[in-house]
Write a protein that binds this ligand. Structure first.
Ligand code: SF4
Length: 378
């Protein structure tokens, strides 16, 4: 069995961004205290896999985990170390937002073993940040990034969003130049999605903001890959780039069928074989369930053989290295090329996929239209 990853969801933010539909709410110290106690208790009582195996990645996601105090994070880290066999070389990531940390808090996080920061830069344009309802400025981003470096964080990832309402190609190129100039080790890149029910969706409906332009967003993706390659970044997953050797070890588990166990509200888990399960999404309900010693699981699903085959393709092909069809046949007894001959030929002719020996890979054009390619395998 491959080593597992641990995901801990911290559902608090300083303010609510206009496009966000994650399971998060505003930070309140009393609720955060109860929530952390609940997650610690969930980890201590957890018996979904017994005995627990080795863990080599831990990921604090959210929300804005950096709003927690070092003491709260220490409680969570101790609970994980007590319950799991955590490698001394574990990658331990914390999502952070600009302006939510100080030199002292970062030094304390490092002491706890947090060695990677995933940093919500999003854009280097103050007007765009304001339109997104982000709670920080570009100056905050730069200041927090320099605090990270001073505190010894040598593995930092930036999140960037493209395709913002009213964003021009030249504004996007400016963002890329600013991001590359800081040389983060990793970049996660998203095209803005407008989710029903968010303030952004309301702004677009009422004409307050423009609808994102999909063709322009596609062009932004294309130029980003070109510029990133020129700047020495490797495009290793549809939405992720890194300097050589800095792939996210935790997120790679999601695409390679490795086990991962999620704690906290809305967290998802996978046993690395055929079982997926998920916790209650609502923060208050989650806390209430754990406080009365009930399991917070609300979904528990066994994958069929067909589910597993489909996942192996559409998750595996998210990695730009592709899927080995020989290995696929060994695992599932199915010849991928023969089973999907027509679709594969059509995609190949359209320039969306390519074969390199027995490796089936998305091309750059295919990465942008990946959902259409993956639909053929589901
Ligand atoms: S910081 Fe992230 S999780 Fe929090 S409201 Fe903004 S987009 Fe949502």
């Amino acid at each position: 069995m491959k080593p597992a990853g641990i995901y801990i969801h911290i559902p608090f933010c300083r303010s609510r961004c206009s496009y966000c539909d994650f399971a998060t709410g505003l930070y309140e110290s009393a609720l955060a205290e109860r929530y952390v106690a609940s997650v610690i208790s969930e980890i201590a009582l957890w018996r979904e896999v017994d005995p627990p195996e080795a863990v080599d990645t831990i990921y604090f996601g959210g929300g804005t985990p950096s709003l927690l105090s070092p003491a709260q994070l220490e409680g969570l880290m101790n609970a994980v170390r007590k319950r799991f066999d955590v490698s001394s070389h574990a990658e331990v990531t914390m999502e952070m937002n600009p302006g939510t940390v100080t030199g002292e808090s970062l030094a304390a996080f490092r002491e706890l073993g947090i060695n990677r920061a995933s940093f919500g830069a999003q854009t280097f344009d103050d007007r765009e940040l304001a339109r997104l309802g982000r709670s920080h400025t570009v100056a905050d981003t730069r200041h927090t990034f320099s605090l990270l470096r001073e505190a010894g964080f040598s593995n930092v990832s930036f999140d960037l969003i493209a395709g913002l309402p009213g964003q021009s190609l030249s504004a996007w190129l400016h963002n890329l130049d600013e991001a590359f100039a800081l040389r983060p080790e990793h970049l996660s890149f998203y095209l803005l999605e407008v989710h029903e029910g968010t303030p952004l969706a309301g702004h677009i409906k009422s004409g307050l903001q423009q609808s994102p332009d999909e063709d322009l967003a596609a062009e932004m993706y294309r130029v980003m890959l070109e510029r990133a390659a020129d700047a020495g970044y490797v495009h290793y997953e549809i939405s992720n780039l890194c300097l050589p050797g800095f792939e996210s070890r935790h997120n790679t588990k999601y695409w390679t069928s490795a086990p991962y166990y999620g704690f906290g509200c809305s967290a998802h888990s996978f046993d690395g074989e055929s079982r997926r399960w998920a916790n209650e999404r609502d923060l208050a309900k989650y806390v209430a369930m754990v406080e009365r010693n009930a399991s917070p699981l609300v979904e528990d699903r066994r994958l069929t053989e067909a589910d597993r085959r489909a996942e192996a393709v559409f998750l595996g092909m998210r990695m730009m290295a592709g899927v080995r069809t020989g290995k696929f046949k060994e695992l599932f007894g199915v010849d991928l090329g023969a089973a999907h001959a027509n679709d594969l030929e059509n995609f190949q002719q359209a320039g969306l996929i390519e074969f390199d020996g027995d490796l089936l890979k998305l091309t750059r054009a295919g990465a942008l239209l990946s959902n259409e390619v993956f639909a053929a395998f589901v």
